[in-house]
Design a protein. Structure first.
Length: 301
């Protein structure tokens, strides 16, 4: 059985103003997902599924895929509108993908074992990969999942709003609620607020646990996800161009309606990510320092 990692790299990067998934960040122009793959392989993963836009494939292969294929099984999956139910008519004007649920479902034919899901534009640290790899193989085949959570205060940008899945967990470490929260912003006074419905912001606890889309699932999850995505599509207005169905929303729905239980794995690992162009210099400095200190070798692959 493979230890499988799914990397979602087909987003549009509207706030970044470009294809951040393939923008060089490391001292040798490494893209951010190379660090995730390196850390995952060090933890024991041996299969990597890239979910990408079709025109990314040759770039991803050249940057990492061909070298990676010497160490792990590699799959390239396209997130495209033709991988939606035939009865659903995508509005001609829509260019935005249908969300992270659709992204993962595009890869369902190559996911026959427990797997993890990560974003291409987040740096998660090495520790979470070791923890979640151990955990996914302890999951029951049905109705169990896991996720790694970070502290909200460590996941906001200094340059604008972010979207996070705000988590609530019980004393046993089981997730009880996962709320996709839009337009979370850090204010000049240091507070962190949800500004989606109130420009003044609703204060959030900086110590809140949040999802960064580092999930562990079994193939059973895909069966239910497909049904839920179909229901989501049936409810979309014919002219809807923006709305997406995301993993945090689906996970919460499955907890409430399908008997899913989710183990919360907290971590003290360092996280950083790319949302805005202004985030890039910080990320570059962090990666350079980790190479210099020996956390990473001069060349990853």
């Amino acid at each position: 059985m493979h230890n499988t990692m799914v990397i979602m790299a087909a987003g549009m990067g509207n706030r970044y103003g470009g294809d951040k998934q393939i923008d060089g960040m490391g001292p040798h122009n490494e893209i951010l997902l190379e660090y995730s793959v390196y850390d995952a392989l060090e933890a024991g993963f041996d299969k990597v599924v890239f979910i990408i836009k079709r025109d990314f494939k040759e770039r991803i292969r050249a940057l990492i895929g061909d070298r990676l294929s010497r160490r792990a099984k590699v799959e390239y999956i396209y997130q495209e509108f033709n991988k939606l139910p035939s009865w659903y008519a995508v509005p001609e004007e829509r260019t935005r993908p249908l969300g992270t649920v659709h992204a993962v479902l595009c890869a369902k034919d190559v996911l026959n074992e427990p797997f993890i899901v990560v974003n291409a534009d987040d740096y998660y640290g090495r520790e979470p990969y070791r923890d979640i790899l151990h955990h996914i193989h302890a999951l029951k085949p049905e109705k169990e999942a896991c996720m790694v959570c970070y502290r909200l205060k460590n996941t906001v940008s200094e340059y604008g709003y972010v979207t996070r899945g705000v988590c609530q967990a019980d004393d046993r470490g089981k997730l009880t609620r996962l709320t996709e929260t839009y337009k979370i912003q850090k204010f000049p006074d240091g507070s962190i607020r949800d500004t989606n419905t109130d420009p003044g912001g609703v204060a959030l606890d900086p110590e809140s646990l949040v999802s960064m889309n580092l999930f562990g699932f079994t193939p059973w999850f895909l069966e239910i996800a497909e049904k839920r995505l179909n229901a989501f599509l049936k409810g979309l207005p014919p002219d809807e161009l923006q709305k997406e169905y995301v993993l945090s929303t689906l996970t919460d729905r499955m907890m409430q309606s399908d008997g899913l239980t989710v183990d919360v794995l907290t971590t003290h690992a360092k996280w950083f990510g790319i949302t805005y162009q202004e985030d890039k210099p910080f990320v570059q400095r962090q990666l350079k320092a980790m190479h210099k200190s020996g956390v990473y070798p001069d060349r990853l692959f």
